[in-house]
Each structure stands twice: as structure tokens, then as C-alpha cells.
Design a protein. Sequence first.
Length: 138
Amino acid sequence: MANEWTKVDFYGPNNSGQITRYAIADNASVSKFAVLQLLDNRSVSCGHKAQTHFRIAAEEHIAGQGITSIGCITQARMRFVASGAILLGQQIAPSSNIAEANIMTSCAISAIVGEGNSGVYCEDTLATGETGTARINQ
């Protein structure tokens, strides 16, 4: 994939990013630091859907190995690519454009399903294509 997030700082116990395990289908292939959609409070998918509830993969998941869980980062600062204008302090969510995998947009302007509370805040003011830092607090 392209545009995976990159690590800046991990928080939590032992500065590990406070990894939480989620169920994932065995047939899913996921790159490390890719955006995953949150299906419910303990399941994720590598599918693309515009929503505020997402996680960042802490590890690679290779399809067909019989592994049905993946670690996701819940406490960190990471770098991402923007789609559209994002202001300092705004919450962000995955872009609704399927061609923009792992690219984020402002919750204020996206076609988001839900309340618009992602728990991920932008620490920069960005335009389309720029790279910025986000604080993950999920």
C-alpha cells in the first residue's frame, strides 16, 4: 500500500503505543501503520469506509496464515498525508475517496458516518498532499 503513517512518538506503558489487539479476518493483508476501519469495539477490517472510528495497524498481517488478530496503536504521535484542508486541533478521519487509502481528512468536512469524534487530532495546519502530525488518543 501507499501513504502508511509513520511513527513520531509512542506513548503508554514502556512507550509501546499502548497496543490493543483486535480481531481481523485471516484473508486480510495489512501493511504496518496502515489505516484500518473499526467494525465494532474489538474487530477491524482493511476495507475502506468513510467513518470516524479507525485504528492504525502496529504490525503487518499476512493473509492465509491462520492468524485472526492484529495489534493496533492507541496512544501515539504519528505522521500522515492530508486530503483537503485540515486545521490545527481538528479531529481527522480516513478520506471518503477509495483511491486515497491511508490518507486523512478533517472530520468537519468529510462524509463521515457517526458523530465525528475520532480521538485523533491534527497538530498542524495542512493543505491537500501535505504531511502532518496527529495525536492518537483512542
